[in-house]
Design a protein around this ligand. Sequence first.
Ligand SMILES: [Zn+2]
Length: 409
Amino acid sequence: MGRLLFALICITTSGYLYAQDKIGEICKWDFDKDCAVALTFDDWLTTHPTIVVPALQERGMTATFYVITKDLNQNTIKQINSAAELGNEIGNHTITHPSSDVNIAKEARPAKEQLDAALVSQQAITFDYPYGAFSNETIDSVRNSGHIAARGVWPPSNYRYNFAPNDNEYYNLRTVSVGGDGVNTTIDFAKHLTKVVNGGGFITYLYHGVGKSGDYANIHKDSLYAQLDTLKSLSDKIWITTVAEAIKYHREARCASLSGIEIGNVNPDIYIIALIDTLPDNVYNQPLTVKVYNQGETFCEVKQGDEICPILYQTNEYVMFRAIPDGGNISLKRGHWDINSVQNIDNIATISVKHKTIFVTTDTHASVVFYTHTGKILSKQTGTCSFSVTKSGSYIVTVNGLSKTIVIN
Ligand SMILES: [Zn+2]
């Protein structure tokens, strides 16, 4: 009976305000990181697919690219779909890049329709106002045509988690401009990162030209690389993601709730819980990171429906994993858990470098792939193996799909 009562109490608990007997909590950001950052690149300039996309891929990062649909042709459609396949977001930047808020409002829907028709694996769900021009009417048009957020050009006003106290604020996402009159040094770039880590919120960065003099607000490609490396060096604290993923997560987390359905009262070794939210599931499918209290006894397996949810971390207080709100009941099975089973390449392989040879020590059956920094496959092997490169530079190694960048001097 005590357990049943416990379950009933939990059903009434939600996102941020828990009753005392809570079963767990929803992390503010993916993987329980402190904050989120999305890099955005405007206008699909010629160096975006040739310089920016490979530089992100090399570092295992993704970003958002805002595309003007009059630029869509056979070649650019192929390029944006390749970028999307790597996890990058393609967002809406109108048809003709007009300068008036009225015309921007008019183009929001038809531009989205054109982009959605061109994109194979995603839909355009975030928007970017040309010249940062918008009014309340522009916001309404952007919202009503199926966009969950929009980025303007205003600088960050705060770095707090509650950066969108009302819905219109999701349609005026702040940004740090890079190049031109904006930040030009890695130190200035990093200042905002320190602030957002401390504030716990979300910021975007806005880029135009990269590596091609003459392009608007152009920066040297080495500046981009230095900024990406700086951002990546903080990836234990910062969720580096796209605008769409960050906003989906933020909107879901603030209305989602975790409840107990069957907490060990039928089978003491199985917990069944639910993660629900109030948003439409066709758009809001971003997995939330959840911590469920384990009362000192570990769980060995977590599933949502028939899908395994890899255990991201477990202490003697909680088990942490990702699940999709309204994605079906979640079952947790009691049992021995080994920290080495965490899905991290360093837990499944040891990678070392001697002169120009990369050595990988791993499980006999593990699939190992060596890539160039642009993602071209150099060698596919199985189990403990090595590969010798001919040139200095950075290379990517994946072991069972988990990747790591290796620098050869
Ligand atoms: Zn633009």
